[in-house]
Design a protein. Structure first.
Length: 303
């Protein structure tokens, strides 16, 4: 179990006086410099492990981002009557202002995005997408590569809005080919039917045995049924969309009623997978720096 330092990192006691510790002073200076260069707390903690400077004297070289955070926030490094100054006021305040701004930015997520993040997937690996604090989206799954084209908040919201408006204007896009149910008797069903016929033709009818055989036949028939609720879901979709006028802004409540997933591909194609299994894609004009999009939309099976 890690123990708390009695003297802050960067200092040591020498003949009853607190002075700087050379290797730790170097580490403190590097931590502030790396943070101002844009490195994360986790990246800095890993670099400190590589430097092999222990956070706790006499212990191993284990570091974590909380240790780095405590160093960045330690006002003693500005100098007091007891502690020598390690960091200039300018560097200290710039680093802490950046940390505060970064923490604030992470929390700023548009309300509509809070509601749809859980259903937004990578079209290739089907894992949930990661939203960066600058409003871009990417796939962090190891087996997936970085997106070839940038996907932004506005791209996703606008593409989903285009798809929903296309479905409102063209309800036929919601249609899915499916049958209510398909029943094909297998060998077990045929065998059980023959067994019931044999029991019924017997001169000594065993009613309990016949009843049990009929119940077993019903169970076997049920297992052969392939029930498909797609038609009902298609009817439900059309009922939800009925009377809805073209939207100027995304109606998240409507979206969540109609769609199972939003998908984003590596080539910036954004799509909706509806509750009845229909997949609709927004056709985008692609750019490596920023995505733009038009209002066209078609059904994936017809592309």
């Amino acid at each position: 179990m890690a123990k708390n330092r009695r003297i802050p990192f960067g200092y040591q006691m020498n003949n009853g006086v607190i002075v700087t510790e050379p290797r730790e002073l170097y580490a403190v200076s590097k931590i502030f410099a790396d943070y101002l260069k844009g490195k994360s707390l986790l990246e800095i903690s890993r670099s400190m492990q590589e430097e092999r400077i222990p956070y706790h004297p006499g212990e191993d070289f284990g570091w974590n981002k909380n240790m780095v955070k405590r160093i960045l926030e330690n006002e003693k490094y500005l100098g007091t009557e007891t502690y020598p100054q390690l960091i200039s006021a300018d560097i200290f305040h710039r680093a802490n202002n950046k940390k505060i701004k970064k923490a604030t930015n992470i929390c700023i997520v548009p309300e509509e995005l809070k509601n749809i993040r859980d259903i937004t997937l990578c079209a290739e690996c089907r894992k949930r997408l990661f939203r960066n604090q600058n409003g871009t989206w990417n796939c962090k799954t190891q087996r997936c590569s970085e997106f070839e084209y940038v996907a932004t908040d506005q791209m996703i919201l606008s593409a989903v809005l285009n798809i929903i408006n296309s479905a409102i204007a063209n309800p036929s896009l919601l249609d899915a080919e499916a049958e209510m149910s398909v029943y094909t008797p297998n060998g077990e069903v045929v065998k059980q039917r023959n067994e019931i016929s044999r029991l019924m033709d017997s001169p000594d009818i065993e009613y309990d045995r016949i009843k049990a055989a009929i119940m077993e036949l019903a169970e076997l028939k049920y297992d052969c049924c392939n029930y498909d609720d797609v038609p009902q879901k298609t009817v439900l979709l059309k009922e939800i969309m009925k009377g809805v006028k073209r939207l100027n802004t995304l109606d998240v409540e409507l979206l969540l009623k109609c769609a199972e997933y939003i998908t984003v591909s590596h080539n910036a194609t954004i799509g909706l997978e509806l509750i009845n299994g229909v997949k609709l894609n927004n056709i985008t004009e692609r750019s490596r720096d920023i995505g733009c999009y038009d209002d066209t939309c078609d059904e994936e099976s017809k592309c």
